[in-house]
Design a protein around this ligand. Structure first.
Ligand SMILES: Nc1ncnc2c1ncn2[C@@H]1O[C@H](COP(=O)(O)OP(=O)(O)OP(=O)(O)O)[C@@H](O)[C@H]1O
Length: 687
């Protein structure tokens, strides 16, 4: 069955999948779906190639700029590689002809044969040596090129802001290896072209008197026929799934007899029932094959008919038949050696053509991956930064960052919700104030914090920092002047010392500052109990790979493996303490003017949470603080302003007393928490 690929509505932009058709077939218990490209006209190939030329030039000049000498040598070796097969063919032919010459004259010809064999052996040795050098060059060039492109892609990832990264189209899935593979595939394709042309030249020169161009064409027919008619699964995008109910039931019943279900089945005495059901399902399945679908499809088989196979095999005998006919009609032009030579040349040529066609496919894919690699530099960020420095020179050390949100709305890029995450927010946060954001789940608290931290830009409305549009400020300056401590912060795969030190790059190596920050974050206690203390890396990621070691627990090599650094486990609360220590490191730098604290204490014990908030509040001098929390009882005492959110809007603002008097949303949330600690029966009624 064949179905055309779905097309989107709207103006038809050229889409690389326009050309795709999906074919499906049943293979035993499997349903296999294969996507194939409709055969493209030569002009489409040419067009595709033409649009890729600038990218290829860029790739080659980048590789050249990264390692100029290695690049030139590597390219020269690849060009040489293209002639190797033709050279071999020539040498082999020479030996056969020399032997034939001697045999027909019936004279000793040791010298000539030795000379021909010597030349051939020398060529083999030379080619082997060149191959060895080429492999060495390849390893060195590969490591330089992959690291160059890994760095390039890493820069692109780090440059991308959060909203841009939410766009699925901006997902960077490539690595430096892809760029290297593209470069290698292009070169290999060129090598294959040289290889084929040089072999055609050798065949043509050998076959001038015994068939010439006709023989070359006959040699090419079989591989061309295979290429045009066969379906090779490994080149295609495909997937298969089991759609046979009997087989699915058999698998389910088999799983009941093992693993996690066994205990249940035994205790409920269901063994006999499982066996009986299994037999029924097995009978239903009959002899339907459950072999792997890709094996069933088979190389060059699948959608093809047996006739095509027979044709392909017969065509591969054509060169032999061609020689035979020619010899029959004009025996003087042929000899046994010529026929043997032609047969061997034809199979070599066939292999080369097959390799060219295979590499052609990879060549096309590599053009696509180069385009992808280079297009990452075109990804547009959504949060713009300006030129103005922050903090402005007139701002004193004791002034925190102030904010103003005017009729500000925001919805997340790609969000399926019909309502905004923030809707028409009007809010002024004076510099140096302590603000507590409360509200039910999904009311928009974290989103406000993300806007204030410039992780996202508003969809509409105005956002001012220190009375100036936020876009005016240099983004790096704003990031240095603010810190966000949230439950989403994670521990980097680095040492604990670095994890804390990176809160302030300028002081990252200062152990006294790191220990102080660990103390403030409440992490010093558990770090000191680890034998590697601040040098601990949670997961050293040794990436152990082994062979035949599994299940050999007493093997001496296993003992060596046991000596390697192991993963350290810490609790959720300890993770939050470490992350908090990083924020204190940042606060201690003296440059921070705004702290956003978004539920960083969900896993902390009550004492740990109290300590964290107290220490943060101790550092409030010269900073604006915005806390998002569901457990706000302790914080509201210190809050200059409490903002209560509901459904993306500000429901009410004020001090604790004001809001309690209003008996609105805030009072309701507060009373729910307060009541939890009162004896049943003494609880006041909540609104
Ligand atoms: N990355 C995102 N992409 C799309 N929608 C999001 C994203 N993050 C949050 N939202 C949606 O935006 C709205 C506000 O979410 P936000 O995280 O700001 O709420 P919150 O008040 O902090 O909630 P909670 O108390 O559960 O942390 C919610 O409806 C949420 O589903």
């Amino acid at each position: 069955m064949t179905v055309a690929c779905e097309k989107k509505d709207g103006p038809s932009e050229p889409n690389k999948f326009d050309n795709v058709v999906i074919e499906s077939q049943q293979l035993g218990v499997w349903r296999l779906l294969v996507a194939s490209n409709k055969r493209m006209g030569l002009y489409r190939y040419y067009e595709e190639f033409q649009t890729s030329i600038p990218y290829m030039i860029r790739l080659f000049s980048d590789v050249h700029a990264t390692a100029p000498r290695l690049f030139v040598l590597f390219v020269l070796f690849r060009i040489w590689g293209g002639f190797e097969e033709a050279l071999f063919m020539h040498m082999t032919t020479r030996i056969l002809r020399t032997i034939e010459f001697g045999l027909t004259r019936n004279q000793p010809f040791v010298r000539e044969v030795l000379w021909a064999i010597g030349l051939r052996v020398f060529c083999s040795a030379l080619i082997a040596y060149m191959g060895w050098v080429s492999d060495k060059l390849l390893k060195r060039l590969r490591s330089q090129i992959t690291s160059h492109f890994d760095l390039y892609l890493m820069q692109a990832r780090l440059r991308m802001d959060i909203p841009a990264s939410l766009n699925a189209e901006n997902k960077i899935e490539m690595s430096g290896d892809d760029a290297w593979s593209a470069f290698e595939d292009i070169l290999e394709y060129c090598t294959s072209v040289i290889e084929l042309l040089s072999q055609i030249f050798v065949i043509y020169s050998q076959a001038r008197i015994t068939g010439g161009l006709g023989f070359v064409l006959v040699c090419l027919m079989s591989p061309l026929y295979y290429e045009l008619t066969s379906q090779r699964l490994w080149r295609k995008v495909c997937y298969a799934y089991v759609n046979n109910d009997a087989y699915l039931r058999i698998e389910a019943l088999k799983s009941l007899a093992s693993g996690k279900f066994r205990e249940d089945i035994l205790s409920n005495d269901l063994g006999a029932w499982v066996m009986e059901q299994y037999k029924v399902a097995r009978e239903k399945l009959g002899d339907t094959s459950d072999e792997h679908p890709f094996t069933q499809f088979g190389e060059g088989d699948g959608f093809n008919s047996p006739l095509k196979r027979i044709m392909g095999t017969v065509l591969s005998d054509l060169p032999m038949a061609y020689c035979g006919f020619n010899a029959a009609f004009s025996p003087s032009r042929f000899s046994l050696a010529s026929i043997a030579i032609m047969q061997s040349l034809s199979s070599n040529l066939r292999l080369s053509l097959e390799s060219l066609l295979y590499r052609g496919e990879r060549f096309r894919k590599s053009l696509d991956s180069i385009k992808k690699v280079y297009s990452v530099s075109k990804i547009q960020n959504k949060v713009d930064g300006g030129q103005a420095h922050y903090p402005p020179s007139e701002k004193t050390a004791s002034q925190g960052m102030s904010f103003e949100l005017r009729n500000l709305s925001f919805s997340y890029p790609g969000s399926k919700k019909t309502t905004n995450a923030l809707d028409s927010i009007n809010l002024k946060i004076p510099g140096g104030s302590v603000v507590v954001l409360v509200g039910s789940n999904g009311s928009g608290k974290s989103t406000i914090v993300r806007i204030l931290s410039r992780l996202f830009a508003p969809t509409s409305g105005d956002f001012l920092i220190d009375s100036r549009p936020a876009d005016d400020y240099d983004l790096a300056d704003l990031r240095r002047a603010s810190t966000l401590l949230s439950q989403d912060n994670s521990i980097y795969p680095l040492s604990f010392a670095e994890n804390i030190g990176l809160g302030c790059l300028d002081l990252a190596g200062d152990m006294d500052m790191i220990e102080k920050a660990a103390e403030q974050g409440g992490a010093a206690g558990f770090i000191s109990k680890l034998d590697t203390a601040y040098n601990t890396v949670l997961d050293p990621g040794c990436g152990i790979v082994s062979m035949n070691l599994q299940g050999n627990a007493d093997h001496p090599l296993q003992k060596e493996v046991d000596k390697l650094p192991k993963e350290t486990k810490i609790s959720g609360g300890e993770t939050q303490r470490l992350v908090a220590a990083r924020s204190f490191m940042r606060l201690n730098s003296g440059k921070v003017k705004f702290i956003a604290v978004d539920e960083p204490s969900s896993a902390l014990d009550a004492e740990g949470e109290l300590q964290l908030f107290d220490r943060l509040l101790e550092a409030r001098e010269g900073k604006t603080m915005v806390f998002v929390t569901h457990r706000f009882g302790h914080l509201t005492k210190y809050a200059d302003m409490i903002i209560c959110m509901k459904d993306g809007k500000i429901e009410e603002t004020g001090s604790h007393d004001e809001l309690m008097k209003r008996e609105g949303e805030y009072a309701k949330l507060y009373n729910i928490q307060a009541n939890a600690f009162m004896e049943v029966g003494k609880r006041p009624e909540t609104c």
